[in-house]
Design a protein around this ligand. Structure first.
Ligand SMILES: *[C@@H]1O[C@H](CO)[C@@H](O)[C@H](O)[C@H]1NC(C)=O
Ligand SMILES: *[C@@H]1O[C@H](CO)[C@@H](O)[C@H](O)[C@H]1NC(C)=O
Ligand SMILES: [Cu+2]
Length: 187
């Protein structure tokens, strides 16, 4: 495999880190390796998951294409009191019409890493692509505002890490899926 020297260095460093300091000393990178940084997203292309309040949570999670990955903005209110902190992820499948959050499948996990052991935030390239709270922190309620860049999210369907037409799901601290909404491309 060809790697830029720079990326090769990061790969070697993260592998060493995973072996020495990953949860329980376990190597936690995906079966397909570390998540790859996405550099060809359409800058400014915007996808929005709108939480309409029918599940209690109201607001948006916005994903905007950037030169490296995607910039996310979480801006929601109505997260249930006393049930936090809240995890949130990109799940594989959109909520079908008339469906529930149970229909959104597992996390987006393009590099086949799995959920165990939990994501180590200091090594985001070893986490599931969709594990946004694992990489960038959980949110607290009832109102949450959070902005971050995820280098591994893609807006082109042919790329690993594609987040389009999938769902954003919030979980309470029992991991129950409390609210979900589909990412919809804005005109
Ligand atoms: C996206 O995030 C990066 C890194 O945080 C930031 O430098 C950049 O200005 C952001 N772009 C937009 C369009 O918000
Ligand atoms: C989870 O929420 C319950 C309230 O529903 C609270 O008693 C408990 O301390 C919370 N657990 C954590 C780990 O925050
Ligand atoms: Cu989830």
């Amino acid at each position: 495999m060809q790697l830029l020297p720079f990326l090769g260095l990061i790969g070697a460093a993260s592998l060493a880190a995973a072996q020495t300091s990953g949860g329980n000393g376990t190597v936690v990178t995906g079966k397909m390796g570390d998540a790859r940084i996405v550099k060809n997203n359409p800058v400014g292309e915007t996808w929005v998951a709108t939480f309409d309040g029918s599940q209690g949570v109201k607001g948006t999670v916005t994903a905007v294409g950037w030169s490296i990955g995607v910039n996310y903005t979480v801006a929601v209110t109505g997260l249930p009191e006393g049930k936090g902190p809240f995890n949130f992820h990109v799940h594989l499948k959109a909520v079908p019409a008339g469906g529930t959050c149970a229909d959104t499948g597992a996390h987006l996990d393009s590099f086949v890493r799995g959920q165990d052991p939990p994501c180590t935030a200091s090594m985001p390239q070893t986490c599931e692509v969709g594990d946004l709270s694992g990489k960038y922190g959980k949110v607290d309620g009832p109102t949450a505002t959070k902005t971050f860049n995820d280098p591994y999210s893609a807006l082109d369907k042919i790329m690993l890490g594609y987040i389009g037409e999938r769902a954003i799901v919030f979980h309470d601290n029992t991991s129950a899926r409390i609210a979900c909404a589909n990412l919809v491309k804005q005109k």
